[in-house]
Design a protein around this ligand. Structure first.
Ligand code: RIB
Ligand code: CA
Length: 320
């Protein structure tokens, strides 16, 4: 295998996190997943961590899983079980796993991985949850910054929100953590709602997954089919937000991007959790405008690439 992209994924599975992991499992020739760490975003830390262990084992990912923080830096925990169901994976019931946690302290686990990297090597962090684990890592161990090539995160929006009119869930759940990450100086790629709302699977595609004899396709169908349970809310498509950071790494041509200076509203007002994208290039130096904002996505390419990748996951445990 050529030089694979070294990746650490911080996540909160979560239906779309679960499908993003299927995409990663389908592309292990290009992506070297070094660790999966969890945060209590979509559901409690025990639920998201159990889901991460079962998903990794089911997809045949020989990747360590470490448990992260169970609450945001400042505010009370905010979960999204109305969107992800009681287990966090919709209607999907995965085989029980014997896979054990590599660590119950994700921050220390990531620090050790980064410190053990050969000289000159770097990791891409894919963040598909609120940024609490990352913020603590960067505050407690700032020296690891040089080991992180970029942070490609699903979160925020240049315009609008989903959990409030102004804010997207991952950022809204811990805006103080996002503030720490955004001001770290590490290059950021924001896969926000401007792009991810166009990265969906149609009702027909989901029905095909649900009726498939392929165990990974069936599992993904049972996950995302839950989202379609409320068609009045979803207009018959389901965004697979968290697959976008992985797909951006392998197919940047599917997306439109602009450079900006990224900030976040940590006030207590109606704008709390809003990501502020300063596109005013004429006011800032070239190197200040270091953050890449995904402003659009090619829905057809996304749907075909994700759909085909789901069917190509080969290491599935259930298939044995
Ligand atoms: O707003 C969408 C994001 O919030 C996704 O990461 C989803 O999993 C939820 O965590
Ligand atoms: Ca998520």
């Amino acid at each position: 295998m050529g030089d694979r992209i070294k990746v650490i994924m911080d996540c909160d599975p979560g239906i779309d996190d679960g499908i993003a992991l299927a995409y990663a499992a389908a592309h292990q020739d290009e992506l070297e997943l070094l660790a999966i760490t969890t945060f209590a975003g979509n559901a409690t830390i025990d639920k998201v961590t159990k889901n991460a262990l079962e998903l990794a084992d089911f997809y045949g990912l020989k990747v360590p899983v470490a448990k992260g923080q169970e609450r945001p830096l400042v505010k009370e925990p905010l979960h999204a079980e109305e969107f992800h169901g009681e287990t966090g994976l919709g209607h999907c019931v995965l085989p029980e796993t014997k896979k054990e946690l590599a660590s119950d302290n994700a921050v220390l686990f990531i620090r050790d991985i980064l410190n053990d990297l050969p000289e000159g090597e770097q990791v891409t962090v894919i963040e598909t949850a609120p940024m609490t684990n990352l913020a603590l890592l960067l505050r407690i161990f700032p020296e690891v910054k040089e080991k992180i090539r970029q942070i490609v995160f699903m979160g925020g929006a240049a315009k609008g929100g989903n959990i409030t009119p102004a804010a997207e869930f991952n950022i809204y759940a811990d805006p103080e953590a996002a503030k720490i990450v955004f001001s770290s100086g590490i290059p950021l790629v924001m896969c926000g709602l401007d792009a991810t709302l166009k990265c969906n699977l149609t009702r027909n595609q989901i029905m095909k997954l649900c009726q498939s004899g392929n165990p990974v396709a069936k599992a993904c169908g049972d996950m995302v089919g839950y989202v379609l349970g409320n068609p009045t809310k979803y207009r018959c498509v389901a965004s697979i937000h968290d697959a976008v950071p992985f797909m951006y790494l392998l197919h940047p041509e599917f997306f439109k991007t602009e450079k900006a200076l990224l900030d976040v509203d940590c006030s207590e007002g109606a704008g709390r959790g809003a990501t502020l994208c300063d596109f005013r290039w004429w006011l800032h130096e070239e190197d200040e405008m270091k953050d890449i904002i995904l402003t659009d996505a090619d829905t057809g390419n996304f749907q075909q690439e994700l759909f085909e990748s789901i069917y190509s996951v080969s290491g599935c445990r259930a298939a044995k």
